[in-house]
Design a protein around this ligand. Structure first.
Ligand code: GLC
Length: 451
């Protein structure tokens, strides 16, 4: 009898121990398993970022509350006025799809703290504005209906929550330790951490399958915040247990934790080569704006041209990465005409040329890109894509490729491109003969069928 009780107790303790232990780990995955989980995303290459919140009303950057050091009271008017009467999420979804985008990430909450969803844990949410509805719910349904994978951006920073301690990125930032201490006396980050978990749980439970979560951002150091402030590891464990297939960015400050991130997220920069960690190429996505702001900015005019935007996309794929291109909708709930024009132009190009994007990656290193071109490569179909950024006059030489090529055509109209080998001194060069006139395509693409 005694032994039986002892055994039961031992069993109980050991179960407890194993559960605790397994809770202490993020799910383990081999590189191959991770690549498989992320395959739809690496194949997709092109997604839409949407920065939408109360900051659409001031229309002068999503950091306006910070830049102008506004208090909650001063910012409150935007909450009271929020009413995007023209919003049709189906229209947005159709525009994203027509542009060739395969996934979408919406700011469920940005740094301002305003929630675009009907959270049980705050009153500061879209359902309490004149608009009165759960934006996230409408968004998820509309984009899914167009066949896009949906994701959420969730800001770790929160400039509204009463327990979020004032830090160097806060609108009420200070200049001395004592001033910080005074302001933070009544604030309790442990409550804020719970709030984040509760909200992320809601987002990953109430809206069906969520494919991406984009946490933003960590800034460890004095008067900053990092993984301990967010309890990043436990937050991420919860995320992975609620949505096992989900793809997570790298801004939780878990760089050195196995399974702590899925892709790296260079922002507003062109990478010089495929990013690596410990000598290994890693999945990556660059996020970029059309102009100099993520949120709608009426008076900002540094808009990139369609050719520049297409080049960004092609360049990312040519280095094995993705492009997440941002739209900052207006407070009426529409994409302004400058954004619409660019999406249309990209869609026009993608319609005829997406074969050089979807499922493509960096070309094998034995293919050298001729001047003013970008190469992408589809490892399944074994086709090489030569993007002509500047249109050459008459000929284009692919060096050392004569023995590798079966057939060449323009991608947009499948018209044959004739070629010949380079002659005596460069026998293995392949000389393509191009029409003198540049085709009516922003960036023409040559599709090269390899042997
Ligand atoms: C930065 C900014 C933020 C924006 C994000 C997108 O971290 O704080 O406003 O949402 O970049 O990557």
């Amino acid at each position: 009898m005694k032994t039986k009780t002892l055994l039961t107790v031992l069993l109980f303790v050991s179960t407890l121990f194993t559960t605790q232990f397994s809770l202490a780990q993020l799910p383990k995955e081999t590189d191959a398993q991770k690549a498989e989980r992320m395959k739809w995303w690496t194949d997709a290459r092109f997604g839409m970022f949407i920065h939408w919140g109360l900051y659409a009303l001031p229309a002068r950057h999503e950091w306006v509350k910070n830049a102008e050091r506004m208090t909650n009271d001063q910012y409150q008017k935007y909450f009271e006025m929020f009413n995007p009467d023209m919003w049709d999420p189906h229209e947005w979804a159709k525009m994203a799809k027509a542009a060739g985008m395969k996934y979408v990430v919406l700011t469920a909450k940005h740094h301002e703290g305003f929630c675009m969803f009907d959270s049980r844990f705050t009153d500061y949410k879209s359902t309490n504005t004149p608009y009165g509805k759960d934006i996230v719910k409408e968004y998820v349904e509309a984009f899914r209906a167009e066949g896009l994978k949906v994701g959420f951006y969730y800001s770790l920073l929160d400039w509204h929550h009463p327990d979020y301690t004032i830090d160097s990125n806060h609108p009420q930032r200070q200049t001395s330790d004592s001033a910080y201490a005074l302001l933070n006396k009544t604030r309790d980050m442990s409550k804020y951490r719970e709030y984040v978990k509760n909200q992320v749980r809601e987002l990953l439970t109430n809206y069906g399958e969520i494919s991406i979560i984009w946490f933003d951002f960590s800034f460890p150091g004095k008067n900053g915040k990092g993984h301990d402030d967010w309890d990043s590891e436990n937050l991420l464990k919860m995320v992975r247990s609620l949505q096992p297939g989900i793809i997570v960015d790298d801004r939780l400050d878990l760089d050195n934790v196995a399974g702590g991130w899925d892709f790296t997220s260079p922002e507003q920069v062109q990478v010089s080569k495929w990013p690596e960690r410990d000598g290994k190429k890693v999945p990556w996505e660059t996020c970029q704006t059309f102009s100099g702001s993520w949120g709608y900015y009426r008076d900002e005019f540094t808009w990139k041209s369609p050719a520049q935007l297409l080049e960004l996309l092609i360049e990312s794929v040519s280095k094995g990465g993705n492009l997440l291109l941002n739209v900052g909708p207006t407070a009426r709930g529409v994409f302004d005409s400058r954004a619409q024009d660019r999406l249309k132009a990209m869609g026009e190009w993608m319609r005829f040329n997406n074969r050089s994007i979807y499922g493509c990656t960096e070309a094998p290193s034995d293919f050298a890109a001729p001047a003013n071109t970008l190469l992408t490569y589809n490892p399944v179909t074994k086709r090489l894509y030569v993007h002509l950024l500047a249109y050459p006059l008459g000929n284009l030489t692919l060096s050392n490729m004569a023995d590798k090529v079966k057939y060449v055509q323009f991608l947009h109209d499948a018209s044959e491109i004739r070629f010949r080998a380079g002659g005596d001194d460069a026998k293995n060069d392949l000389i393509l003969s191009l029409p003198v006139q540049k085709p009516q395509v922003e960036i023409p693409v040559l599709e090269v069928f390899l042997k």
